[in-house]
Write a protein that binds this ligand. Structure first.
Ligand code: ATP
Length: 335
C-alpha cells in the first residue's frame, strides 16, 4: 500500500524525516512516535501535499512526487488539528467534501447519511458543528475522510483530546473502518499502548528515523513467564499459598502476580521448559486444587521500549523535538 525509500524532509532548522525506508501493507497500521517525531510530515508527503527533500515514496503504486492528485482521489485524510467550520452542520460539511471529491449531488447526500450513521452521528448531524463536543468533531473529521469511499485512509491523531471512553469508541470505530468496509488505515498516535488492540502492524519512528516496523503480535510476543491461578479447597483454604509452598519445596521460586488482574491469586514463575508445566500440573493434582489458568504472559507493546533504551537514544539523538514528559508518556503508556 505504502512504500518509502530513504525519504527525508529537512526544514531549515529541523530534520523532520531522516532517510526513512518502510513498507506498509493492507490492514490497520499504527504510526507511533512522540510529538515532533515526524508523523504528520510523513502523511503530508504521502498525500503529495509537501515535497520530500530526498528519497522517494509511493502510495497505492502511485508516485507521491508526480501523482499527488490521483493519490488524494483514492486516499482519505483526517487531519490532526481542528479544521471544521463552526457555523455549518455535519451534513452540510460532509456533503460539501463529497462533492469536492467528485461525487454527484444525490450520491453525495446518500454517502454522507451512510457515513455519518457509521461514525455514530444521528440527529445531531443537522446542528451547527460549533456546538459539538470534541468526540463529535473527531467523528465528523473521520466521516469526511471516508465519504468518497477511499481504498486507504490516513488518520492523524484521531484520539487527541478524547477521554478514555471516547478513545475506546474511536479505536473501535477505526477497527471497523477496515473490517466493515475493507478500507486500509494508517493511524498515528503518540501513545504506544493504545494501538496494541487496534492495529495489525505498528511502525515506530523517532526523530524522523525508523525505530521498528513489525506486526503487533511480534511486539507482544510471549515471554517465558508463566502465570498460574488455582482454586481454594476445604483442605487448602489458601490454594495459592499451598501451591507456592509446594513449588518452593521443589526449588522453584515464584512472584505474586502484582499488576495482573486478580493479582493476589496469581503466581508468576519462570518456565524452564516442558518440565515446569508438568511439575505445576502434578503439584496442583497432588494438592487436590483446581487449575483456573496456566498461561504464558505476553509483552505489552510499551514494554518493548524500556526507559533505559529511551535514555540511551536521548543521549545520542538530540534532534527529538518533543518534551521529556511527552516522550515518557509515549513510551511508558501501558495500554
Ligand atoms: N512547516 C514546517 N516548518 C518547519 N518545521 C516544521 C514544519 N512542519 C513540521 N516541522 C518540524 O518537523 C518536526 C516533525 O513535525 P511533525 O508535525 O511531522 O511531527 P509529529 O510526529 O506529527 O508530531 P505532532 O503530533 O506533534 O504533530 C517537528 O520538529 C516540527 O517542528
Amino acid at each position: 500500500m505504502i512504500s518509502t525509500e530513504s525519504l527525508s524532509k529537512r526544514f531549515p532548522r529541523v530534520t523532520a524525516l531522516d532517510r526513512l525506508s518502510v513498507d506498509i501493507g493492507p490492514g490497520v497500521t499504527g504510526l507511533v512516535g512522540a510529538n515532533g517525531a515526524g508523523k504528520s510530515t510523513l502523511i503530508k508527503i504521502l498525500l503529495g501535499l509537501s515535497p520530500a527533500t530526498e528519497g522517494r515514496a509511493d502510495v497505492l503504486g502511485l508516485d507521491v512526487a508526480t501523482e499527488g492528485a490521483a493519490i488524494r482521489e483514492r486516499v482519505g485524510y483526517m487531519p490532526e488539528h481542528d479544521c471544521l467550520p463552526p457555523d455549518v452542520s455535519a451534513t452540510e460539511f460532509v456533503v460539501h467534501m463529497a462533492r469536492m471529491s467528485g461525487l454527484p449531488p444525490t450520491a453525495a447526500r446518500e454517502r454522507t447519511a451512510d457515513t455519518l450513521r457509521h461514525v455514530g452521528l444521528y440527529e445531531e448531524r443537522y446542528r451547527p458543528i460549533g456546538g459539538y463536543s470534541t468526540g463529535m468533531k473527531q467523528r465528523v473529521k473521520l466521516a469526511q475522510a471516508l465519504v468518497h469511499d477511499p481504498q486507504l485512509v490516513f488518520l492523524d491523531e484521531p484520539t487527541n483530546g478524547l477521554d478514555p471512553v471516547g478513545r475506546d469508541d474511536m479505536l473501535g470505530l477505526i477497527r471497523r473502518v477496515h473490517t466493515d468496509f475493507g478500507i486500509s488505515v494508517l493511524v498515528t498516535s503518540h501513545l504506544l499502548g493504545e494501538l496494541e488492540r487496534t492495529c495489525d502492524h505498528v511502525v515506530v519512528i523517532d526523530g524522523g528515523k525508523l525505530l521498528r516496523s513489525s506486526s503487533t503480535t511480534d511486539f507482544t510476543q510471549t515471554t517465558t513467564t508463566l502465570a498460574v491461578e488455582v482454586t481454594d479447597t476445604d483442605e487448602h483454604p489458601d490454594g495459592t499459598r499451598a501451591l507456592r509452598d509446594a513449588l518452593h519445596a521443589r526449588g522453584v521460586t515464584t512472584d505474586a502476580g502484582g499488576g495482573l488482574p486478580g493479582a493476589g491469586h496469581t503466581l508468576l514463575l519462570t518456565a524452564e521448559g516442558e518440565e515446569t508445566y508438568d511439575l505445576v500440573r502434578d503439584l496442583v493434582a497432588d494438592l487436590g486444587l483446581g487449575l483456573v489458568r496456566m498461561e504464558q504472559r505476553r509483552h505489552h507493546i510499551a514494554e518493548v521500549f524500556r526507559p533505559d533504551q529511551t535514555q540511551q537514544r536521548e543521549g545520542t539523538d538530540r534532534r527529538h523535538q518533543g518534551t521529556d514528559s511527552e516522550r515518557k508518556e509515549a513510551v511508558h503508556h501501558g495500554g
